[in-house]
Design a protein around this ligand. Structure first.
Ligand SMILES: [Zn+2]
Length: 152
């Protein structure tokens, strides 16, 4: 009986949550979506998540090679999924990078760019892998990478 009640409560809560304005970005991802928005605005790109809604959540992607995923198709809302085991071990810069990268796909419609500079560093935050280039994302390089992301 207790179990049945619990199940019923979940269904009711789920339903009432859907009726109201849904929270489309999980709270732990929200600050990084906001950073993307502010980084765009600072570069003259009007990032408007009301115009282009993008859902965001942390879940198990069941593939150790994939830390993040942007789902883009005509019918469904755009959605970013970040792998839960990556997220729980990620540094601040790792977290910011993966959201900037996935929103680069999902919001800016950017594809991968594996260009390499003379020092062997990735030219773009939109690189597909760090197997071919070094990606030093830190306080010194952040602005340049964000310039490239939004102004490319
Ligand atoms: Zn990508």
């Amino acid at each position: 009986m207790n179990k049945l009640y619990f199940l019923l409560l979940i269904i009711l809560c789920f339903t009432c949550n859907e009726d109201e304005n849904p929270v489309i970005v999980e709270s732990e991802l929200q600050p990084y979506f906001e950073r993307f928005k502010q980084a765009g605005i600072a570069r003259g790109v009007n990032v408007d998540f009301d115009a282009i809604p993008i859902e965001g959540r942390v879940a198990n992607l069941f593939d150790s090679n994939v830390n993040g995923w942007c789902s883009l198709n005509e019918e469904d809302p755009r959605e970013i999924i970040i792998d839960d085991s990556f997220w729980s071990n990620a540094s601040e810069f790792d977290k910011e990078f993966i959201i900037m990268h996935e929103l680069g796909h999902c919001y800016l419609n950017r594809l991968h760019d594996d260009s390499i500079d003379g020092d062997g560093n990735c030219v773009s935050i939109m690189h597909s892998t760090t197997e071919t280039c070094v990606f030093p994302y830190n306080d010194d390089t952040r602005d340049a990478y964000l310039d490239e992301l939004f102004l490319q």
